[in-house]
Design a protein around this ligand. Structure first.
Ligand SMILES: [Zn+2]
Length: 249
């Protein structure tokens, strides 16, 4: 397996951004002798709508991190900035990203800790970006057990038509879609899981439920089939996130 370097992620993003597109360090997490900054990058500040795009909360799901690097390095994000202020958190779990583990350095699953009274530091730092409301949140994940791409779609009922089906149309030329009627134990239709657990009844929250609770109007959790080649998983995530930005503006 290729050794992944979080320092390289930060360096590449830094090189690709203009000086005014500053990166904000949300805080630092200890990593052995050093500390890793958890960064957010805000692009198109002040645009009418706000989107949060995050990756790497599970360290063994690298395609999202690589997709956000390509999104920035290719300058593909620029065509959305008239409509969108984009907040990117390119890698929430840098220790897991380097070690190739789902969990963080304390062996905790960060995407189960958003309701915890004492969440891991990474979660506490990510929670600070929700001080202002988002119109859209995209969370980039991977699923080693899935034969195809799929997504969770959650949002307020008055948000109008759901966009999951359209997003999957943008992906299907790149990777197969998981059309099982049940995915991850939940009812699914054409690769879309609509099921929204009632956060009040849940003992733990993933980031998406926290995001909805903080007023985010639409949350999409995007999952690649991780047994497929990495470059296709990266391209599929890019196609999905660009289609979501295009459809929502
Ligand atoms: Zn995941």
């Amino acid at each position: 397996m290729t050794r992944r370097s979080y320092a390289e992620v930060l360096l590449r993003l830094d090189r690709a951004l203009a000086p005014q597109e500053t990166t904000r360090v949300l805080g630092e997490v200890p990593h052995g002798e050093v500390k890793y900054p958890i960064q957010s990058i805000v692009l198109g500040r002040g645009a009418p709508r706000r989107a949060l795009i995050s990756a790497g909360i599970h360290g063994d799901e690298p395609a999202g991190v690589l997709a956000l690097m390509e999104f920035v390095e290719s300058a593909r994000f620029r065509k959305y900035l008239a409509d969108w202020e984009l907040t990117l958190i390119p890698c929430i779990n840098p220790h897991g990203y380097e070690a190739g583990t789902r969990h963080n350095r304390e062996d905790r699953d960060l995407n189960r800790e958003f309701k915890s009274p004492a969440p891991p530091l990474e979660v506490t730092l990510v929670q600070t970006v929700f001080s202002a409301r988002f119109d859209l949140s995209l969370e980039l994940h991977e699923d080693i057990d899935s034969p195809g791409y799929y997504l969770y779609q959650k949002g307020q009922v008055d948000e109008g038509a759901y966009i999951g089906d359209e997003i999957l149309k943008a992906v299907e030329g790149i990777l197969p879609i998981n059309r099982d009627t049940e995915i991850d134990g939940l009812p699914a239709e054409g690769g879309v899981i609509h099921h929204l657990s009632d956060g009040r009844e849940m003992d733990w929250w993933p980031m998406a439920i926290y995001s909805l609770w903080k007023g985010t109007r639409r949350c999409l959790t995007l999952e690649t089939p991780a047994a497929h080649p990495i470059h296709l998983r990266v391209q599929a995530h890019l196609a999905a996130l660009e289609e979501a930005l295009r459809l929502c503006r």
